[in-house]
Ligand binder design. Structure first.
Ligand SMILES: Cc1cc2nc3c(=O)[nH]c(=O)nc-3n(C[C@H](O)[C@H](O)[C@H](O)COP(=O)(O)OP(=O)(O)OC[C@H]3O[C@@H](n4cnc5c(N)ncnc54)[C@H](O)[C@@H]3O)c2cc1C
Length: 131
């Protein structure tokens, strides 16, 4: 890392590897300034930095609040739904998809994928019903 990225600041060097908000905290713990060039770090500092990167332990003390929430937990239980059609097992003609169901994933596209995939199944099934 130090050889190829010597011209970058330590902050730039860690960008993309860690979340931007985490970098100042890691550098605080390693007692290295964000603007220090990688080539200016001595062997000891590099070792301390590598150690902090690998072993950082952070206590989560709060969440970002409801206005920043990205997905809801809870909803209709998935075993109450026909997984092929997304139709309720209890109310015929009622299709439940996406956030309405008790399924939630971590950030990374899983919730959108869930919404699209279940919506597709429900749409296909509902459209194929004869009225
Ligand atoms: C800020 C934010 C960021 C997110 N980022 C990601 C991400 O990066 N990756 C990921 O996978 N997921 C992400 N999600 C979650 C993802 O967007 C949702 O899980 C997904 O959109 C759920 O789709 P849905 O169709 O079930 O519900 P929604 O997208 O909430 O759609 C429900 C729709 O119903 C409408 N509606 C509500 N009530 C009524 C009514 N009475 N009559 C008519 N219409 C009504 C609403 O206006 C809305 O358009 C994010 C969510 C938020 C809020």
């Amino acid at each position: 890392m130090a050889g190829k990225r010597g011209n970058q600041t330590v902050g730039e060097c860690l960008a993309g590897i860690f979340n931007q908000k985490l970098i100042p905290r890691i550098l605080d713990l390693a007692k290295i300034r964000m603007q220090t060039k990688v080539s200016e770090l001595n062997e000891k500092q590099l070792q301390v930095l590598a150690c902090k990167c690998k072993k950082i332990v952070l206590a989560i003390c709060d969440t970002n609040g409801f206005e920043n929430a990205q997905v809801c937990a809870g909803g209709v239980r998935t075993d109450e739904i026909n997984p092929v059609t997304m139709e309720s097992r209890f109310v015929k003609g009622l299709y439940l998809v996406g956030e309405l169901l008790d399924a939630d994933g971590i950030c990374g596209g899983y919730n959108l994928q869930w919404a699209w995939a279940t919506g597709y199944l429900a749409g296909q099934a509902a459209a194929s019903k004869t009225i």
